[in-house]
Design a protein around this ligand. Structure first.
Ligand SMILES: [Zn+2]
Length: 84
C-alpha cells in the first residue's frame, strides 16, 4: 500500500520510487546543475545513484537536454547534500 502522506518521487536514473526526503532534488539552469530552489523544473536522484555518477550522468544529460560537463557539478551537489 502506498502511503499517500509521504510524497513519493521517482529517481531519474534507476526509476525506482522513494520518499521525497531520501532523494536529492536538482535543477538545471543554463548548463548549471544546482540544488532545487523552488522555482521551475526539477528532478530527483536517489541515494544509491548519488554514489554512482557514471550511472546517473546520462539521465542528467537527458534532463538537462544537453551534454555539458555535469560530472563534477553533480559530485559537488551530492557532497553538499550529504553534509546537511
Ligand atoms: Zn536511483
Amino acid at each position: 500500500m502506498l502511503n499517500i502522506e509521504k510524497p513519493i518521487r521517482m529517481c531519474i536514473s534507476c526509476r525506482e520510487r522513494f520518499s521525497k526526503r531520501n532523494l536529492l532534488r536538482l535543477q538545471c539552469i543554463d548548463k548549471k546543475l544546482m540544488i532545487y530552489d523552488g522555482i521551475g523544473r526539477s528532478f530527483y536522484v536517489c541515494e544509491d545513484c548519488c554514489d554512482d555518477t557514471k550511472r546517473v550522468i546520462n539521465s542528467i544529460y537527458r534532463q538537462c537536454k544537453n551534454k555539458a560537463d555535469y560530472k563534477e557539478q553533480f559530485k559537488e551537489m551530492v557532497r553538499i547534500w550529504k553534509t546537511k
